[in-house]
Design a protein around this ligand. Structure first.
Ligand SMILES: [Zn+2]
Ligand SMILES: [Zn+2]
Length: 200
């Protein structure tokens, strides 16, 4: 189960036959910027990959990948399981001189996965696809009350003495804002007025 997702494209390149790979992954390890990154999944993540030749050194990869990743609730920081159901579809190009597989943008704007080893390691491709399609922020519940910014108390478990100083709206405003950015002005009861909740 911990094996890396490989697809063997040697015979596809020689005889123009199709290639297939499938399995379950509990994590992906891949190189990024010279460092090994690991993306762990909450439970075994099934993948299916089919590659069809398009002629020359080009082929088309399609398939599915359904990893469940762990993210932090943007307000209260508790762990949230985020199931993803990814459709895969990418042009491949074989270039014997290529080192590790990399994504390149074609003139059409389409992404092309360029690789040099016919025993193609899909770890980085699958990890990148999962991270790109994961939501930027998640809430463990649509009405999560967040943490008290004074004492850190989880307001989902009840109020603390600072309660009025922690409008949920402000927490919303800070979502996606770089750390250390200036606090917005506080309106003690704004939370009751302008609560913006995500659709799902
Ligand atoms: Zn929460
Ligand atoms: Zn407090």
């Amino acid at each position: 189960m911990t094996d890396t997702p490989h697809i063997h494209l040697g015979s596809l390149l020689r005889t123009s036959s199709d290639a297939h790979a499938a399995g379950n992954l509990d994590h992906l390890s891949y190189e990024q910027g010279g460092e090994t990154q690991t993306l762990r999944f909450v439970r075994p993540a099934p993948y299916r990959i089919d590659v069809n030749p398009l002629g020359g050194n080009e082929m088309y990869l399609q398939g599915s990948f359904a990893p469940t990743i762990m993210m932090e609730c943007a307000r209260c920081l508790r762990d949230v399981e985020v199931p993803l159901d990814l459709r895969l579809g990418t042009l491949l190009r074989y270039e014997p001189s290529a080192d590790a597989p990399y994504l390149e943008e074609a003139e059409t704007g389409e992404e092309v996965l360029v690789f040099g080893d016919p025993d193609l390691d899909l770890s980085a491709y699958l990890a990148e696809t999962a991270l790109l399609q994961a939501p930027l922020t998640v809430l463990h519940a649509p009405d999560c009350k967040g943490l008290c910014q004074v004492c850190g108390h989880d307001l989902n478990e009840g109020p603390c003495e600072h309660m009025a100083q922690v409008p949920v709206e402000e927490i919303d405003d800070l979502l996606g804002t770089p750390e250390g950015s200036a606090h917005t002005t506080q309106h003690p009861f704004a939370a009751l007025r302008d609560l913006k909740l995500p659709e799902d």
